[in-house]
Write a protein that binds this ligand. Sequence first.
Ligand code: PLP
Length: 399
Amino acid sequence: MTDSTQNIINETKNLLIETYAPQPVVLTHGEGAYVWDTDGKKYLDFAIGIAVASLGHAPQAVLKTINDQAAKMMICQASYATEPKLCAAKLLTENSCFDRVYFCNSGTESVEAALKCARKWAYDAKGEHCNEIIAFRNSFHGRTYGAASVTEKRMSQPYFGPYIPGVHFATFNDLDSVKALVSENTAAIIVEPIQGEGGLTPATQDFMKGLRALCDAHKIVFILDEVQAGSGRIGTLFAYPQFGIEPDIACVAKGLGAGFPVGAMLAKEEVGRAIVPGTHGTTFGGNPLACAVAATVLTEMLKKGFMENVQKVSAYFVEGLKKIQRDSNKITDIRGMGLMIGVDTTIEIKQFMRALQKNGLLTTQAGSKTLRLTPPLVITPAHAQEALDILEKTLREES
Ligand SMILES: Cc1ncc(COP(=O)(O)O)c(C=O)c1O
């Protein structure tokens, strides 16, 4: 590492609030599936800001949209309709089961909006007492107070308390544990289709269908947090169709902007109508620039062959991982769906990720021991093979 790279790392560490442990490299730019650091080293990026740069780095269509829209108008007060906002809202609703959209800037904001919308609906429809939320162990929904309150990690962060009251935690993929918590006070159930931060565990179809039936029977709002698993990540524009259900609300962000910050809360008509002027809002959410980018990203994802590529490369990659698992005794589990894949190994996770980084592959950690692989959705089998080769080599080198 050069002195100037080390200086950037040291100075940053001294100036920033320490929300993350610093990485030993400084990234400068990216193109497609690759990024480069200040020392000129090239990496295959299977982290992409944790499932964000869905079209890869510097995608031409998004660059053009940013340039064109920024030159026209980046912001106007949120109460104005704009063509980009309408266009993005149409693409989201015409390609899903939802009727209404609330635009925001991040995943956690989409979860806040979902919780407020669900509670307001329950208050209006069922009464003031109906304000409780059922969430799940190992969940992750974000870091603002509502989202943090339905994230199980709060149990280990008492110093941020008190959290919002009336939240109960059930066991993921265990319908009976949910049934035991349902009461006349239950306003909503919030669940991830695949627990991302929790370790890449997919919900079963039976569990999701059971939740849907439970919500129907008790008039409970079913919120699906697709912030990580949505926007094409598992090979369909939204995650919910792959589980055989339609939620009342879905939260999306991450891949929706392909690197530009934008999120959305989508709702069915009856629930979405609970939010009326004066009850919720945002300064930046739905700005013309973010919406123009989201519309471009959605248009790219809806092109013929896009989702087929996700499914094809996913199958190739998982097959390659299984082969490595058969040939080495160091992979203990492979989980996930589409291009949201978790791998457990016998190697300590931080050591493994550092070694992969050294060998030119960027990854992220999920849970306490899982390697998370979330490449751009536009990668080819050749990129997947390159990652497999680095994984195999690193597993051979480390113990
Ligand atoms: C499922 C899920 N929900 C919500 C969030 C929060 O998103 P953000 O970091 O954009 O606030 C995340 C982030 O990792 C997530 O994975």
